[in-house]
Design a protein around this ligand. Structure first.
Ligand code: GRF
Length: 192
């Protein structure tokens, strides 16, 4: 039985696109992309038109109801900028993952999102950064780590250049991989 996946977005949706592409390539055999939820009208929603993925725009306070009404098994935060309420986190404990554009626990937590992360990495002068997929808990960016991938920082990098490299080399790779693994596990559980 397929695992019903919801992807939560707020922005450009390149990580959502990586998941759509992975599904198309046959790399997510246990996953059905059942729903995309946004907290605002954003470009990510346009990516759902052609693959005919159902979309909902709602407040984060409505998340749990929306996810349960759509019989969602697994939730992916892919650039979702709203805080997920504790009731939704609890309902999907162990089945909700987030992609973060640094090697957590470094450069995570409050205020560390989007370009802020890469600015902080450059300010710190580190030579290596990367991305992390982790399970979502009530504490921001602090849940158990499922996958990490390193990316080199180059001399002369701007936050924008570094952001792009981290996406291309790490995020778009490890997010579909982690999702493939989790949906396989949940699919087996559903069959039991
Ligand atoms: C990514 O860098 C992701 O790691 C972070 O927000 C950004 C979202 O980009 N959480 P996109 O909307 O997937 O293009």
């Amino acid at each position: 039985m397929l695992t019903r996946v919801a992807v939560l977005v707020s922005g450009g949706g390149t990580n959502l696109q990586a998941i759509i592409d992975a599904k198309r390539a046959g790399d997510l055999p246990n996953a059905e992309l059942a729903l995309v939820v946004a907290d605002r009208h954003c470009a990510a929603l346009d990516r759902c038109i052609e693959p005919h993925i159902r979309t909902v725009v709602c407040r984060s306070t409505e998340l749990r109801d929306v996810l349960e009404q759509n019989s969602i098994d697994v939730v992916v935060l892919a650039g979702y900028l709203a805080i997920v309420p504790p009731d939704a986190v609890a309902a999907y404990a162990g089945r909700m993952i987030n992609i973060h554009p640094s090697l957590l626990p470094d450069f995570g937590g409050q205020g560390m999102y989007g370009l802020h992360v890469h600015e902080a990495v450059l300010d710190a002068g580190v030579a290596v950064t990367g991305a992390t997929v982790h399970l979502v808990t009530d504490e921001t960016d602090a849940g158990p780590i499922l996958r990490q991938h390193q990316v080199a920082v180059h001399a002369g990098d701007t936050p924008e250049i570094l952001q792009r490299r981290v996406m291309e080399e790490a995020e778009w790779k490890i997010l579909p991989e982690a999702l493939a693994e989790l949906t396989a596990i949940v699919a087996r559980e559903k069959e039991e």
